[in-house]
Ligand binder design. Structure first.
Ligand code: FAD
Length: 324
């Protein structure tokens, strides 16, 4: 392994959390780590990427703030990759990341390995671990054909850690000339809306309180937000609750929602279906409240409370308030 690339999604110079996780993983391969970024403020990401061990940053610029940013980024990244020939390209499993991975695969005529949850480069061979069958089984894979190997990596598969001071090198920024990419780029991003939230973000919170269908009614979801707020945590939800419209999609935890890794995860009225568990089982401690003592969530819980969530949670809220 000589060289690993990371696709560095960033917003106004702040790299997405998963980018720092991927750079940390790539550093562990013992190879040179380079990154490709695009969008407004790309060069601003250089300082933090350098602290995490990136030595070269290809900055595609704001690509004219064009709507098909991933399309343009993939086209140029494919050209650069064909010239620079990294051994592997690590891509976060985000909307844009998946989009770019598919386009890179087509342009480079190389396969993609998706759902990566672990990687190992010991012995000079890069193997990846993949979560399959809804997260119930993990398999190992290895590219044997042409490089670069394209990997789509799940969030929270690696912990982000800045490089030791001795490993931090000055980062070279390569400003890449972006050619006119034709009329498909006529669509422009004219405004962005940040989702409003108070308290910590779901995928960064140390405490997550999630509600499931066992809450019984949309009004009871307020118990989840109240408890989360009291614990300085973030509210989450099962897909059943999101599909029912009791909580927004941004709150969904699981295979098709967010992957969380808090210190404490409190599952309230959640059965523990595999497609939910895959997004939260890496929590350090899991507390489950469910009225069915046979509920699968208890199999992974460190602390289980068999009871009615609409009675247990108000009592818990009361007890926490009384201690303040
Ligand atoms: C392609 C696909 C992707 C999916 N992705 C996701 C995903 O990302 N995230 C996700 O969560 N799901 C996902 N699902 C759905 C998943 O399979 C489950 O259907 C879902 O997680 C169930 O949600 P739940 O636990 O809230 O509801 P249920 O399975 O209905 O469980 C409700 C639980 O509440 C308990 N309960 C009932 N009343 C009370 C009460 N008063 N007090 C205490 N406990 C009570 C019950 O005993 C039960 O265990 C996906 C499904 C598919 C097909």
């Amino acid at each position: 392994m000589d060289k690993t690339w990371v696709l560095a999604e960033q917003r106004d110079g702040t790299p997405a959390g998963i980018v720092l996780e991927l750079v940390t993983a790539a550093r562990g391969f013992g190879s040179v780590v380079e990154a490709v970024t695009w969008g407004p403020g790309g060069a601003g990401a250089a300082a933090v990427l350098g602290r995490y061990g990136v030595t070269k940053l290809y900055n595609l610029g704001d690509i004219g703030e064009s709507l098909p940013g991933p399309k343009v980024a993939a086209a140029i990244a494919a050209q650069l990759a064909a010239e620079s020939r990294p051994d592997a390209i690590l891509i976060g499993a985000t909307h844009d990341g998946r989009d770019i991975a598919a386009r890179l695969s087509a342009r480079l005529d190389l396969p993609v390995l998706a759902n990566v949850v672990g990687m190992d480069a010991s012995g000079g061979r890069l193997t990846s671990e993949h979560s399959i069958f809804g997260g119930s089984t993990v398999v190992r894979a290895e590219f044997t054909g042409a490089v670069p190997g394209l990997f789509i990596v799940q969030a929270k598969s690696f912990a982000a850690e800045a490089a030791e001071a001795a490993e931090q090198r000055s980062l070279e920024i390569v400003e890449v000339e972006v050619p006119d990419t034709g009329p498909s780029d006529a669509a422009r991003v004219v405004t962005r809306h940040e989702e409003e939230h108070s308290g910590p973000k779901l995928d960064e919170a140390t405490v997550v309180v999630s509600g499931g269908r066992g809450l019984g009614s949309p009004g009871n979801y307020a118990l989840i937000t109240e408890l989360a707020q009291l614990l300085n945590g973030a509210p989450g939800a099962s897909r059943a609750v999101v599909d029912a419209g009791w909580a927004p999609y941004a709150f969904q935890v699981g295979q098709t929602g967010k992957t969380v890794k808090p210190v404490v995860y409190i599952a309230c009225g959640i059965s523990g279906a595999t497609l939910h568990v895959v997004g939260m089982r890496a929590a350090q401690y899991i507390i489950a409240v469910n009225k069915d003592r046979e509920a699968p969530i208890f199999a992974i819980a460190d602390l289980g409370v068999v009871g009615d969530v609409t009675k247990v949670i108000p009592r818990l809220i009361e007890a926490i308030r009384a201690r303040r």
